[in-house]
Design a protein around this ligand. Structure first.
Ligand code: IMP
Ligand code: MG
Length: 175
């Protein structure tokens, strides 16, 4: 496997500042509930939450739709639920990447049943070519081509989450 840098640490930092400013401008005063989808979004959440100036309430939710490989199993499972009610809250789902859209379309449906005031999605990465289910993503960091990426929280078999850049994982001789 070989790594090719797709998005540098600097590019990511700059873009997240812009997303934070946009989110601050879009929401009315009051708490914003950030729901971080484990595990891949934990790095994005840490940076995005600090780019947002208004009050936030951070929660974590575990969802799995991927096995150990590079393609979705198609089955979505809640592995860790929220600790608090989101009734009446402005919920912003913080996700690493939207691929087929299966995970997020399911999650939005689950959260809507809990009667929040609003539900929107912020995703660092979007692979629009791969969409199987329609999902509206209000805040997208970067649209990327249909390639498997790792780093900045994203993994391949639990590896590479701690890379600072987002890299394409390519088959081939080890670098
Ligand atoms: P979806 O349900 O197909 O949209 O899958 C979304 C989830 O699959 C993301 O939250 C990631 O955890 C994982 N995923 C999708 N594409 C990639 C990738 O290129 N690298 C690493 N994980 C990915
Ligand atoms: Mg994920």
């Amino acid at each position: 496997m070989q790594l090719r840098v797709l998005l540098t640490e600097d590019q990511i930092r700059t873009r997240i500042k812009e997303l934070g400013a946009q989110i601050d401008a879009d929401y009315p005063a009051g708490n914003l509930h950030l729901v971080c989808i484990l595990k891949g979004a934990y790095v994005f959440l840490a940076d995005l939450a600090r780019a947002i100036k208004r009050d936030t309430f951070v929660e974590f939710m575990g969802i799995s739709s991927y096995g150990k490989g590079k393609t979705s199993s198609g089955e979505v499972k809640v592995t860790k639920d929220l600790d608090h009610s989101v009734e009446g809250a402005n919920v912003l789902i913080v996700e690493d990447i939207v691929d087929s859209g299966v995970t997020l379309s399911y999650l939005v449906q689950v959260l809507r049943q809990r009667k929040p005031h609003s539900v929107r999605i912020a995703a660092l990465l979007d692979k629009p070519e791969r969409r199987l289910r329609p999902v509206e993503v209000a805040y997208v960091g970067f649209k990327i081509p249909d390639e498997f990426v790792v780093g900045y929280g994203l993994d391949y078999g639990e590896k590479y989450r701690n890379l600072r850049d987002v890299c394409v994982l390519e088959e081939g001789e080890a670098a």
